[in-house]
Design a protein around this ligand. Structure first.
Ligand code: CP3
Length: 387
């Protein structure tokens, strides 16, 4: 099948590395000076001077600067215009003073080149007008038009030129299951009836669909890494809808393949999902360098389940950003105490920042992370140096 060879092509690309650092590999003259950012070091579980922090959906509707651009451009226009996408990315990262910038784009962009038409309707989330419902529909999906996504890589190049190695630059893509669920449902879903029915009743076509997605996604990730992304985050936002058995049987193989192929590009992979407490052992089997946690499980419990051979990212409830300052500080410090100063923690929210979030509270979280000092010896952290 053409898709498999496509995956192999990318993996065997000359210059593919298993260690991080693709950015400086593509800039030979900068090699000697390259200093991995604290974000990249944390992804690799190396010691850092302080815990790096960034936020899921840090550039979005809660921010005035984004709203101002959004008044004149649709979401897709912003994504497809490298100047605008870079501007939105840079403005948010500068304003929040975070340790990493995630490129402004959307999970669903690669679906267009596969032959699907996507639309973002105000207030209703994305819609895909001709959902995939049969094996024949899967056959018709194209995997040969990934080059059309070049605008994302171009935007990353601009962000890299702005920040150089000052902070980490994160590229991203969807995971096969989460994208398959959009393709099959035609949009967001509560019960995933069409998705799971297809998975149970058409296992061969399901496998083909996930493999086609993985082939497209690894090529998309490769463009982003070549443009200078330091890490790739794979969003499996809706994996929590699955039982561990279904996840292992129907989703893990293609996801593991994608994770390994992206790692072969020479960057660490962050694999993120929501409502995943019972899926963590299976998610760990993908081999991702970092697992993104939602807020429903205490970080120390999650890390114990995952084992210390992997890094973790998270896991403040994004709605805690609406809480009074002192409560917010306690929640932030609690998470840092649970991380216990072990190398390999990246502070983040457990899911995206929502519209209406006070920007000043997001900035405060950055300060709360910076002021925190682990309690000596105990490793359990007793709070801030200022207390
Ligand atoms: O800085 C950033 O983090 C923003 C970049 C970003 C967007 N989408 C822009 C966007 C990222 C990382 C995404 C990923 C994404 N897109 C996910 C995974 C993240 C997650 O939350 O788990 C998903 C599931 C999508 C698909 C998608 N795009 C949905 C479900 C929606 C509607 C959500 C809503 O709140 O209305 C979008 C639209 C979207 N993508 C917006 C933004 C800023 C808001 C719409 C707008 O500006 O008009």
């Amino acid at each position: 099948m053409a898709d498999k060879s496509l995956l192999q092509d990318v993996a065997s690309r000359p210059g593919s590395q298993s260690a991080a650092g693709a950015r400086h590999d593509s800039q030979p003259s900068g090699n000697a000076q390259y200093q991995a950012s604290r974000f990249v070091r944390a992804c690799l579980r190396q010691p850092v001077d302080r815990t790096p922090v960034w936020f899921l959906r840090q550039a979005g509707r809660y921010m005035q600067e984004y709203q101002a651009i959004r008044r004149h451009h649709s979401l897709l226009e912003i994504c497809k215009n490298p100047d605008l996408a870079a501007e939105v990315t840079i403005t948010a990262a500068e304003k929040l003073d975070v340790d990493a910038a995630i490129i402004f784009a959307d999970l669903l962009l690669p679906l267009e080149g596969m032959g699907l038409s996507i639309e973002f309707q105000a207030g209703e989330g994305p819609a895909i007008h001709q959902p995939v419902r049969t094996a024949g529909d899967v056959d018709r999906l194209r995997t040969d038009r990934v080059a059309e996504l070049g605008y994302v890589a171009e935007a990353i190049g601009k962000v890299v030129r702005h920040f150089s190695t000052r902070i980490g630059i994160i590229g991203f893509c969807g995971a096969p299951f989460t994208l398959a669920s959009y393709i099959i449902e035609g949009g967001g879903s509560r019960n995933y009836v069409y998705t799971k029915s297809f998975m149970y009743r058409e296992p061969a076509a399901w496998r083909m669909l996930l493999e086609k997605l993985a082939a497209v996604l690894v090529e998309f990730a490769a463009q982003q890494v070549e443009a200078g992304a330091d890490a790739i985050q794979i969003f499996d936002s809706w994996a929590g809808a699955l039982s561990p058995e279904d996840y292992r049987e129907f989703v893990l193989p293609a996801t593991k393949l994608l994770v390994r192929q992206v790692q072969a590009l020479g960057v660490p992979v962050i694999y993120f999902g929501v409502d995943t407490a019972t899926l963590l052992p299976a998610m760990r089997e993908t081999g991702a360098d970092v697992i993104g946690l939602d807020w429903r499980i205490p970080l120390d419990q999650a890390w114990a389940v995952l084992g210390t051979a992997c890094a973790v990212q998270g896991n403040l409830d994004p709605i805690a950003l609406f809480a009074p300052e002192e409560l917010l500080r306690r929640r932030v410090h609690q998470i840092l105490a649970e991380a216990g100063g072990r190398p390999g923690h990246i502070f983040n929210v457990g899911h995206g920042i929502v519209p209406g979030t006070p920007v000043e509270n997001v900035r405060r979280v950055v300060e709360f992370v910076r002021e925190y000092r682990q309690a000596p010896e105990t490793g359990s952290g007793r709070g801030p140096s200022r207390a």
